[in-house]
Design a binder for this molecule. Sequence first.
Ligand code: AMP
Ligand code: GLY
Length: 437
Amino acid sequence: MGRKALVIGSGGREHAIVWALRYRSLDVEEIYCVPGNAGISEIATCLPTMDWKDFAGLIDLARDKEIDLTVVGPEAPLVAGIVDAFNEAGLTIFGPGKVASQLEGSKVWAKKLMKKYDIPTAEFETFDDPEKALVYIQKKDTYPIVVKADGLAGGKGVMIAETFDQAKEAIEEIMLRRRFGSAGEKVVVEEYLQGEEVSIIAVTDGEYILPMLSSQDHKAIYDGDRGPNTGGMGAYSSAPIVDYSLSKRIESEILFRLLEGLKKEGIEYKGVIYAGLMITEDGPRVLEFNVRFGDPEAQAILPRFRGDFFDLLLASATQGINKQVVNWDPRQCVCVVLASRGYPGKYETGKVIYGLEKFTDEDDILIFHAGTKRDDQGRIVTAGGRVLGVTALGKDLKEARDKAYSAVEEINFEGKYYRRDIAEKGIRRLEQTQRSG
Ligand code: AMP
Ligand code: GLY
């Protein structure tokens, strides 16, 4: 009998996870997704009325459908302890438990762990008293500085202050006016780092760690990394800035040290370790750790996965990562996010999406759905800020980029917005290295 999986989440990342369980895993008979979206429902059974917060309901579902492995996409259920609940019920689930998920759920906790185990990161101080935070920034004379809410804030809890007044405003907004609720009980104030950002995503069983391909996200809404931050407007793999020697350095100074540190603390860690890094002149520095796959990084990495994805995630949950054989498609991958105009602010939904049917059988173009659903006439319509991840594989970044943007032209909906410079940084870096040698 084939294996059965349950995936929690509804975004482009979850579509990519479901895709890899369906097409990059042997012997997977059935996949359920809570709540899913219109694209996921083409390749899995979606349960749109179920809520991830209903752990008891999900446990019943997993038992009832005889699920062999549950995979959690987003951070919120992990931080809320879904893995502990499943484990207590005797069910197998991919991801870290509640204590370990503080790596993403509490920036104060994560920074202290980094300091203790000598993991390179920005210099920082933490505060639970706004008065003390203000006294501290009064003494600062080098700007910008970075003010971060401690808890989960949907990627919006980080403020870069150019002046004392802005830093004061940020502290008041987070700690006094509680813009992010209880996430603002504490803050981290840290040094501003300059450089290029990369994402390193790895899978671990707590004993061994398997780094995946390097990738780069594009967080700002406008071209040239301008404007407010979003969940991510596009991604590509691999990131040329991460050459062999840098990747070895990231493994030894960051990933291995983190795993050793967690072990010394007696914290069991299974699942994804995602290191958001700034590559500075002095080497890699951790901006943040996440406890799940990146979105849209997963869409730019998983299409290149060659191995058994179900087996890999199962091995993370039950141990044996070291026995996994994983290869990567040498083709490069670019994912361009199509968003609803107005995102990350207010936007409209319910717009009919045209052109999707052109891409059902391609090997090198994949359309991952994020905010989509079927309306009562069965049409696929927009249902969120980030709508689709138009993803292409090509012999190099340039070809992948060109193919992705050609596909973007074929898909339309009212208010379609996308960045036009996804992967540009990587392509420019490659051109420079070619010219210089
Ligand atoms: P985080 O959620 O901590 O990764 O922060 C979100 C974004 O803020 C990052 O992707 C960076 O673009 C920016 N950022 C965070 N910390 C710093 C820092 N210390 N220096 C410069 N930029 C930062
Ligand atoms: N792409 C950024 C994130 O997933 O956090």
